[in-house]
Design a protein around this ligand. Structure first.
Ligand code: KIV
Length: 283
């Protein structure tokens, strides 16, 4: 088994990885057993994502996930991985005014999170600024933002057309200026995530966003090829567990080393500008 880092992973470590062009692998996780395994297999950045609505609760979107749900899972994950850099999602409508945002953030940090993640573009800048002034580490999330499902209608790649490409690029720059310290880019074309990752100083983490981001994150169930009951399997996932003959630890290792070596995602897992795609399939 690999030697575990002696000290907790910090945001400074993640910044240094970017400066030194060291790619990193992150995973979503929802309980103590898996967070312990992930840490032991070298996953130092973990996310308690509101994807737990689908992966754990059997719902078909993230919008019904409550703050209490994220708190409960954050506590468990933290017990299993005391030294990981742990990001927790602020769920739908838990950050609609600043008082409420502060209460939500305090609860997540007291449950064990190091950083909170908010979905949305430049409209969030004043919230991010105020949180940063109050010493809260904030992760942004742009591109496909699943909490907007009732507005966008489907889980589709974002930034394929000129105007949405430019909007996402400008959101990335504004969020960095506002104080975001890590930025998740979900389901955007490779060209866009490459441009964003080059022009921002903060680390970017991609999911379905091509190989050029500083880190990659996947929903843990997708690494293991576990069917969560959703109708479409996205193009950007790869069944690492199958490739490792069903060995969980080896499959986490393979995911991590594939990311750090740059072999995942390969072009077959990517989207490109002007490509006509819908949930990873032809429209
Ligand atoms: O909730 C989640 O799992 C996420 C990842 C897809 C980045 O936000």
């Amino acid at each position: 088994m690999r030697t575990e880092p002696e000290f907790p992973t910090t945001i400074e470590d993640v910044r240094v990885w970017k400066e030194k062009s060291i790619k990193f692998a992150a995973l979503t996780v929802y309980d103590a057993v898996f967070s312990r395994i992930f840490w032991q297999q070298g996953i130092e950045v973990m996310l308690v994502g509101d994807s737990l609505g689908m992966t754990v609760q059997g719902r078909n979107s993230t919008v019904s996930v409550s703050l209490g749900d994220i708190i409960y899972h954050t506590e468990m994950v933290r017990r299993g991985a005391p030294k990981a850099w742990l990001i927790s999602d602020l769920p739908f409508m838990s950050f609609f005014d600043f008082n409420r945002t502060c209460r939500s953030v305090a609860a997540l940090i007291q449950a064990g999170a190091d950083m909170v993640k908010l979905e949305g573009g430049s409209w969030l800048c004043s919230t991010v600024e105020k949180l940063s002034e109050r010493s809260v580490a904030v992760c942004g999330h742009i591109g496909l933002t699943p909490q907007s499902i009732n507005i966008v209608g489907s889980y589709r790649v974002q930034g394929l057309e000129d105007n949405s490409y430019r909007r996402i690029l400008s959101d990335a720059k504004s969020l960095e200026s506002a104080g975001v310290q890590i930025l998740v880019l979900e389901c955007v074309p490779t060209e866009l995530s490459e441009e964003i990752s080059k022009c921002l100083k903060i680390p970017t983490v991609g999911i379905g966003a091509g190989p050029s981001t500083d880190g990659q994150i996947l929903v843990m169930h997708d690494v293991f090829g576990i069917d969560t009951g959703l109708p479409v399997r996205p193009r950007f996932v790869r069944n690492f567990l199958k490739e490792c003959g069903g060995d969980f630890r080896k499959s986490v290792d393979l995911f991590r080393t594939s990311v750090t070596s740059g072999s995942f995602p390969g072009d077959e897992h990517c989207f490109h500008v002007n490509e006509r795609v819908f949930c990873g399939k032809e429209r």
